[in-house]
Design a protein around this ligand. Sequence first.
Ligand code: PMP
Length: 440
Amino acid sequence: MSHVFPRHSRKELPVVSRGEGPFLYDTSGKAYFDGSGGAAVSCLGHSDPAVLTAIKAQVDAVAFAHTGFFTSEPAERLADKLIENAPGNLDRVYLVSGGSEATESALKLARQYVFEKGETKRRHVIARRQSYHGNTLGALATGGNLWRREPFSPLLMETHHISPCYAYRGQKPDETSFDYGQRVAQELEDKILELGPQDVLAFVVEPVVGATSGAVPPVEGYFKRVREICDKYGVLLILDEVMCGMGRTGSLFAYEKEGISPDICAVAKGLGAGYQPIGAMLCTSEIYDVIKQGSGFFQHGHTYNGHPTAAAAALAVAKRLIDDGVAASVAPMGAKLVDELKTVFGHHPNIGDVRGRGLFLGLEIVKNRETKEPFETELAIPARLKSAAFEAGLICYPMGGTIDGKLGAHVLLAPPFIMETSHIDLIVGTLEKALSKVLP
Ligand code: PMP
């Protein structure tokens, strides 16, 4: 019997034994193509020699030193690399151990910043209904995913949720996508006015939505309007790029394509590419300087902030992505994969939408393509699809957000950037077979 507390206590899991390129192998020797990088983590696949060498060198030199006493060369160089490559005003990097820590840190930094500026009434956090920002209490309260929140609702701080920018479900037939984006962005201004502009702290948003909706990109103009509204009322814009960042959508930061820059940005997953647990929060020098000149320290912290080994791994990952050009293959490979997905599923009666950016792609599964009605929640399409694909040797990430009280269903694909054209048939073919097994 396993003594590890598993994610699902009624399921026996295979034991992973090794990883090579885009494949994972279990102890029976069975191969699995990692078509979702777990949950959009393993952007370099599983055995990148440069990253392994960097980790070994760092462990040999010094595995860990507490940031209360030391900074470290890999942490400094990683921060430099991120800032050099982050368009806009981001200027400081706070290193943590994962995505939830990054979004949680962002919320606390935002609050401490306004507190030290004397805008002490600013406390309301606005986010969107279809969103996931992590599982720690602040991050969970910020996310809009109802079933994740439900058991913990008495423990969650009050947050406010507006509509996502989800054109497949929200755009009206007589509306352009631009107008749709402006309409849903207007909900932000309306909510700020309703809560009282002096009392609103931040708007937290994923530029391309991952887990709750399946790779939903914004429509053009949405983020420009959001930025304008935040600026008008002094509300901080916090972008959660934990899943969609680090090259996943074809640019290092997903917000690059929106022509805006956030006040705070959270990244994780692809930052360490799974080689080490690491996340980061980037912020503007304006925020940093207020705290530096005020109390002088961010009243936050975790034992593993700036962990040297994790930072060395992430620095090696960043060099592979940026200097070796691995991230540059994302847009062309993503275009090929989406083409094949559209060929195979574009007219499928139960696939309502094929979407995404770069190698961050989603298929939305519906009962009725015309009405977009989801399947009954009891059919548990996402969970069964995950098992069927896994059995057939494909790791993908089916999930469901809440749509009109029912559990929606989508599959998220986030394969490693090192995948080859020859893997496209494997991904699409296996997914097609798995879907046909689970659809009624
Ligand atoms: N934000 C987003 C957008 C995510 O997708 C996730 C993880 N799925 C998180 C935050 C939380 O990250 P972690 O699981 O590393 O805590």
